[in-house]
Design a protein around this ligand. Structure first.
Ligand SMILES: Cc1cc2nc3c(=O)[nH]c(=O)nc-3n(C[C@H](O)[C@H](O)[C@H](O)COP(=O)(O)OP(=O)(O)OC[C@H]3O[C@@H](n4cnc5c(N)ncnc54)[C@H](O)[C@@H]3O)c2cc1C
Length: 494
């Protein structure tokens, strides 16, 4: 069934194409659009997720059942229990992200990333932070209707009086948060909106790549050291091969790692342990807000604030007031920090016997993740800072209870009148990254150094993550990958 121009459901896929992108999420759709802009035709994007609409899903319940996570994945710890990115609707997590746009710091880029990538991200042309940020904020301005809760009020003066040392800036978002009947809702950009003609200005009039839902990639087929095509599981339980000149892996970090590991094995390099996996460490306090501050802050258009602690703590401190759907306003005061290096988390694969499987089955993958002692130490250091803020607010702290997320902590805070500490499990921030890094496994454009015409997109390619949320970097890198595929900028080694 054709849903809109270029968008198809239920496995309507041609027998061959020029570029096959695996994954119709943030990185896959953006890379496909960048390729289309550079004149590549015959692009197909395949994704197992069902089409559930173009708009942001925010917290609206999903009325269309999602496919189950594939049986080949499991987690060996409480972390990564929900296997981020492995299952989702068409559009992936671009349909539910919060639109926060933060560039990776120059210090992190210069220390760990290939020079070419760093130069390009920090310059001003296509594929730079500045260019991507500018056009997303323009998209937001063009899409933003009248907002009932918008006022010019700004609580930062009062906050400064309480926390004089903190720099407080509003968080740049490719979207906006509003109060809904059941809580605070977020609406943000998705590259999928291009197929509804509500995407970025430069995508208006573009011959849109073909996106097909209901197809999960099992493995990349390799012949004479280069990609030949991809084996895809179809909705009726069958399997079919689609030939392609170029394959771009954009299936989220976990599946990208598996598909890349299996492709490497096809050229005789069987790697079963993939270290470098990292997610952001998210922890904070749900705080019942004193009424003077609550009143001004809830009315304000500056309800989502950030204090930058990248240099000393590799972290950002965020603050957002939640009032809708709650008995009283609650301040969410949380840190988003990089896991401490070296990263100990890894993905391990268990390749099936090749003679029995014919090389055409998915490898079993297991994620093993935990906080290191350095992570625990940094969590305590950051909590000391936020503890001082709580003292200034004159709010007591309830006992810590292991892993909790904001929502239950907020309910507990309101019930007891005390701040509740929470530490989220790894894999719940959905910023998992780092297993197939640029400059090591890939060149600076995401091209495989081992398998011809194979590319990897998305945060799996980040050499390190820094404190910034990943999507601004994902969107910028989509242009780099498209240029590497089309050879626009040559392709020297990193
Ligand atoms: C609630 C929430 C809020 C967030 N807020 C922010 C934010 O404010 N700022 C920010 O920077 N980031 C944010 N993120 C993170 C951001 O959404 C992700 O980092 C980003 O979407 C990852 O892009 P991706 O393309 O790697 O994965 P995804 O967008 O998840 O896309 C992966 C796609 O691959 C498909 N797929 C999986 N397996 C296969 C397979 N075998 N074959 C083919 N396709 C496959 C999936 O169905 C999916 O559509 C948020 C995430 C969540 C969940």
């Amino acid at each position: 069934m054709r849903i809109s121009e270029g968008l198809h459901s239920q496995g309507e896929i041609p027998e061959s194409c020029s570029v096959l992108v695996l994954g119709a999420g943030m990185s896959g759709l953006s890379t496909a659009l960048e390729l289309g802009e550079r004149g590549v035709r015959d692009i197909v994007v395949a994704d197992p997720g069902p089409f559930t609409g173009f708009e942001h899903r925010s917290r609206t319940p999903n009325t269309v059942p999602l496919p189950h996570a594939p049986s080949w994945w499991r987690s060996a710890s409480p972390h990564y229990a929900e296997l981020p990115g492995v299952t989702g609707p068409l559009g992936g997590r671009s349909r539910c992200w919060h639109g926060v746009l933060l560039p990776m710091s120059r210090r992190v880029l210069e220390r760990h990333w290939p020079n070419d990538t760093t130069d390009r991200l920090l310059a001003g042309g296509p594929g730079s932070y500045r260019a991507v940020m500018r056009e997303l904020l323009e998209w937001q301005r063009a899409s933003d209707g009248p907002r009932p809760d918008r006022t010019l009020d700004d609580p930062r003066e009062e906050l400064k009086a309480i926390w004089p040392d903190l720099s407080l800036e509003t968080v740049p978002q490719a979207g906006w948060s509003v109060d809904g009947p059941d809580g605070r809702l977020v609406w943000a950009y998705s590259p999928l909106m291009a197929w509804a003609r509500r995407g970025l200005a430069r995508h208006v009039g573009l011959d849109l790549p073909r996106v097909v839902s209901g197809l999960r990639a099992i493995s990349v087929q390799v012949e004479a050291g280069s990609v030949r095509g991809v084996l895809l599981a179809t909705p009726d339980g069958g399997v079919r091969e689609v030939r392609a000149d170029v394959v771009v892996l954009a299936a989220g970090t976990l599946e990208n790692t598996r598909l890349y590991a299996q492709a490497l094995a096809e050229v005789g390099d069987t790697v079963t342990r993939w270290p470098g996996l990292n997610d952001h460490v998210s922890h904070g306090y749900a705080i019942p807000l004193p009424s003077v501050l609550a009143e001004r802050w809830t009315r304000s258009d500056h309800r989502f604030l950030r204090s930058d602690h990248e240099d000393e703590l590799n972290a950002n401190l965020f603050m957002e007031v939640h009032a809708a759907g709650l008995a009283a306003p609650v301040l969410d005061l949380w840190w988003m920090a990089q896991q401490e290096e070296p990263f100990h988390d890894e993905i391990r694969f268990d390749p099936p016997n090749r003679a029995a499987s014919g090389g055409n089955t998915a490898w079993a993958g297991q994620v093993t993740a935990s906080f290191s002692s350095a992570d625990e130490e940094k969590i305590s250091r950051r909590d000391e800072i936020t503890g001082k803020l709580l003292e200034a607010l004159n709010v007591g702290v309830a006992e810590e209870r292991g892993f909790v997320d904001f929502e239950p902590a907020a309910q507990a805070a309101l019930a007891t009148g005390t701040a509740h500490h929470y530490v989220s499990r790894l894999g719940t921030t959905d910023h998992e990254a780092g297993t197939v890094p640029l400059g090591r496994r890939l060149d600076f454009g995401g091209r495989s150094l081992s398998v011809g015409n194979l590319f990897v997109a998305g945060p799996a390619t980040f050499p390190t993550s820094g404190a910034a949320n990943p999507s601004l970097t994902i969107l910028a890198l989509a242009a780099h990958t498209a240029e590497a595929v089309t050879g626009d900028r040559g392709n020297p080694s990193p």
